[in-house]
Structures are given as C-alpha cells and as structure tokens.
Design a protein around this ligand. Sequence first.
Ligand SMILES: Cc1ncc(COP(=O)(O)O)c(C=O)c1O
Length: 483
Amino acid sequence: MRTPDPMLDLDIDRHKGKTISDQIATHIEHAIRSGVLIPGDRLPSWIDLASQLGVARGTVRSAYEKLIDRNMLVTAGSAGTRVAGTRQAELVEGQEPEQLLPPDAGYRTEEPLLFQLGVPASDAFPATLWSRLYKSAVQRTSTRVTYADPRGVPELREAIASHVAIARGVSCCADQIIITSGYRTALTIALQAIGVRGSQAWVEDPGYPVTRLALETMGIQPVAVPVDNHGLDVEKGRDLAPHAALAIVTAGQQAPTGVTLSPSRRAHLLEWAHVANSWLIEDDYLAELQLGGRSAHALAGEAGSERVIHIGTFSKTLSPAIGIGFLIAPPLLARRLIDEATWLHSTPNVASQTALATFLKEGHYLRHLRRMRELYSERRDILISSLEEAGFRDVTPAGLSVIVALPRGFDDQHIAMAAREVNFGPAPLSLWYSASGRGKAGLLLSVTNVSENRLGESCQRLKRCINIGTCPVPPTLFATSTS
Ligand SMILES: Cc1ncc(COP(=O)(O)O)c(C=O)c1O
C-alpha cells in the first residue's frame, strides 16, 4: 500500500480569503484529481499533518471530513484515512479504469512470460555494458539546455547510416535518417507525411495486427493481401486494390510467418509502386536477426526503391525498453518527413540516443547480434524438439518464434487465455489474420526466452492448456498421447 506525502508542497496562506481547512481540502482534492493520490493511498493522520503544517488538529480533521462527505476519502478505523476506491473512475468521463488501459495491457509485465512474443531474451541483454555507456552518455549530455536536432542525435544517425549500408544493403546518408521512439512513431510520421487519410493501404494477411489497427486509427482502410511461401502476393494486391496509396510489408522476414519476400515479388512490388504512384513502407523489425542462413537485404536496398520508406527498430535486436527506432526517408519524400517529425513529434531522450550511438560505433551491436542469432537458433531447436517430444505435430519455425498449427475449429484465443492462467504468453495466430475468414488457428511461441530447464514439462502444460481451451481435443492434434 502506498503512503505518499502529497502535503510536502502545500503552502498554507494565512491571509488568503479561504479558510486553512478549505486550503487543505482543495490541495488533497487536486492531488486526487491529478493522480498524485490514487485509490487506496493512505493519508497522514490528523495529528501528524497538523504538526507538519503547524495548524490545529481540528483544522485538518475538518478538511478530511469535508472530503469524506464528498466520498473522496474514507476512514478505515486503525487503517487510517484513505483515498476512496471508486473516485478515479468517476473522474474520467464515467469510464471504468479498466476501459482506459491499453488493449494489450495484460502483456505488459516486467519479466517476459514463457513463449511471449516480441520481447528479446531477458538473460542476454548486455546490462553492464549498456549501463556503463548510458551513465557516460548522461554525464556528457545532462548539462545541455538547448533543443536537440529534431531528426535525432547526429552521432546516432551517422552510426545507423553506416550500419544499414553494411548489414541491410541500404545506402543512405545520415541526413535521411530520423530517429523515432520505435516503429509506431515512425509509421505515424510516414502516414502523416504521405497524407493518405481516407485512402487504401495493402497490409499482409496474416500480418502484424498493430499495423492494421494503426491504419484504421489514422482513417486509412487496410486491404488484406494474402501472404504465401514467397511473401506478399503482389498480383492479388493489384486485383484487390490497384490504386492503394501505399503498402506496408515486412519484406526481410514476414511477420508472423518468417517468409522472405522473393526477388520476383520484390521487383513486382517496386514496379507497382512506381506505376501506381504509391508508397511502400518497409517494416524491417527483425533486420539482420535471421536464424539460419544470411538475412535478405532490405527492400530499400533494391534498385528502384525510390518510393520505399524504410523503418527500423532496436526493440527486437536490443530491447523495447530502450525505445529507439528510425526511419530512412527516400529523397523524394525527405522534406515532408522531416517537417512532420519536426513539427509533430519529438525524439527519444538524448542520453539513450548517445549511448546507442556508442554501442553501434564501438562494434558492440554487431557482436550482440551475432550472439543473439546463435542463442536464438539454439533455443528454437530446443523448443521444437521439446514440442515434438510432447507430441505436437505441426510445428514450423517462423522468425524468432515457432508456429504450432491447430486444426480448424480450435479456438486459439481461448487457448491463449488458458495458457495465460499458468503464466505462459503464446499469441493466438488467428488474431494476425484479417476478418476475411481465411484465418488459421494456431499458437505463436517465441523462442527468445525458453531454456532447456523444465521445457519438456512446460510443453506438457501447454498441451494441457489446449485441452482446457478446447473440448474435446480431436485425436489428430497430437502424434502420441504422452500425458
Ligand atoms: C512486425 C512488427 N513490426 C514492428 C514491431 C514493433 O516495433 P516497436 O517496438 O519499435 O514499436 C513489432 C513488435 O513486435 C512487430 O512484430
């Protein structure tokens, strides 16, 4: 239970028109309304507060009683006086607090759940090195009082330009790079710069649900274009929406299937964008973090990529907690993108950017990526064999996860909820499909945080969650019944 001291900044004005008791009540009310005090918080006793403020006890008592009368505080016997539990709900236009949480709030845990998608290994983050670089960056930058470059710290933009030239085959200069706080900010800047509200955008089906929802939020109609073993089906896209204003693709490793967009599809996509005067947004979220084999070059590195806006992020390769991504502006759109970033967005804090610049320039990033590729490949192999040993039949590697396919009719969302009860975080595959009805049921299991220790047991428990989430389990799901 919190016992904050909201009284520290209370200045009693004895010459004010208002009584002292009213001043105390107003101060506490303001602390509640602004969220400094939250339901359940305990207030100081009358005696303590009266002596802290140098006023009579009765004055404080009367202030508390006024707020108790208005249901903002409650007395709870020996537990003292507390902020009433329901007050916050009333403050925000009558909404229940849970309605105000982000839709995926349940997955925002401090430690990743087993199988949780989208988070890197928690035990392999170079914490000591990062803390040292960050501390030194804070020391170097904390005394600055000027506004930073709205495109981001030049040192970091230069380091990224050099890195993507080698690792992603993209040649650009630092002036084309805009540092953002991740994919979503970069996407927002791109959509605002293109000015496509009211138009159509191709999205991959299956594809990253956030992209679809972000487009809808921005007043853009997502058109679901199927993905097959060669990536986005460009011909289908042309049939469905030939004049779409843009297409968003995960060309390197498709999310969630992990498929790389084939060379001929790349050529067709670039040609379509050229002919239709449309834009391509490349979501390069895994970058060179390819398990097995060399990663394909970015679409922005291909000849004829003048209409590609490339978005990178350090969320998967390093950590989402660092909160840094970037956008590479094609020269045709650079002015507009930079204007959007300058007038409507701000960059992540300068110390994080500076630390990341050093991390890249001193070669730590490349070494870290090499280590992560090895670690994740090992973890993926262990996970696949443990799943197979537990009797799962249809298991396919896909980027940094594996997909466990479920037969038609299985409710993967229900199963994911049952798994959540035992602190597993698989994602239901069906949510990655548009509402077109061609969605498949399955579970996406991240390989990043699995370890050999008790994995067999965890796979058995996952199997039991499937039994709980679906009733009855058709015999086709598991090769043999081991539990
Ligand atoms: C396909 C895809 N793109 C982008 C992102 C998000 O990147 P960021 O953390 O930079 O918003 C994710 C996160 O899981 C993702 O799966």
